[in-house]
Design a protein around this ligand. Sequence first.
Ligand SMILES: Nc1ncnc2c1ncn2[C@@H]1O[C@H](COP(=O)(O)OP(=O)(O)O)[C@@H](O)[C@H]1O
Ligand SMILES: [Mg+2]
Length: 302
Amino acid sequence: MSKNRTIGMWLYTNGGGDKIAKKIIKKLKQRDIKVINDIKLHDCVSKNGHILYKDLKVDQLDLFFSYNAGEQTQYQTYLYQALNRVVPMINSYDSFALTEDKFQTSFVLRNAGIPTADYKLCHRDNTQALKEIIKKWDKMVYKPTDGWGGVGLTKIESEASLDMLMPFLNHMDLRYFYVEKFIKYDNTDFRIDIVDGKFVSCYGRKASGNDWRTNVTSGGSVFLREAPSEAIKIAKKACKICGVDIGGVDIIYDIEKEQYIVLEVNGIPAFATPEQEKLGLDFNNKKIDLIVDLIDKKSRSV
Ligand SMILES: Nc1ncnc2c1ncn2[C@@H]1O[C@H](COP(=O)(O)OP(=O)(O)O)[C@@H](O)[C@H]1O
Ligand SMILES: [Mg+2]
């Protein structure tokens, strides 16, 4: 007989996250799976082979579901890594860490034959490599490899503007430079959510005014949009290659290459907010059901 299962969860509470958590807990209860919610690894200590949250031994849970992008800390991700060695996690630590880094993600995707923006990574001393690539590409985007929300992305439009930017970049004490070819596209993107290899939803985002970034944090707006089947195929493949159980894949259509390309894979894609639900983004219940199925499946193997 299988024992009663107890899983741990940490899910963001803003933007309607608290209500989502309640629904997940209720649905898991119907399957005899108990949820201990709001376990903050940041507040845990580890001693003698255990990770402790107050009196709870987190390492003895049947699974841990970590879904909070906004409140991560270095200490929390350090314990995420340790916990994943002994407890199944969604997402796995490896896939989480991979998708947190844009270079590592592009490298792995491209190596697997999934279309991405052309990119170049070089040591910070190797400014020659950057000069060579801007000649070839004409326009490129400097990207912090661990950024989000379009923050820190810088469009470099000519060799002269690269020369102007170099002193600032050198000043920032970076270990390396990661740049992508600037893709000609219509300033809209597709956000495609995948759970356990299954298509959940697609919506679009459009950059505002003359900004070229679609992120809502950069002024972009969300709109209803059907996913082209080709884009769904690519999103599923991207999640598989990255090893994420849950992924939100950012895709744009490259006008010159005439193909969909993956910009990044988000390991903690947000549910639709109450405002977005009013716009017609109605995928939350489907996503919850698929996540509940996934938790049920992955917590059995213990
Ligand atoms: N190579 C590129 N060419 C043109 N636009 C880009 C490129 N990379 C990113 N963008 C724009 O910038 C936005 C943010 O880039 P992304 O890689 O998704 O990082 P973030 O984690 O900040 O969302 C994208 O949604 C897209 O609109
Ligand atoms: Mg993005």
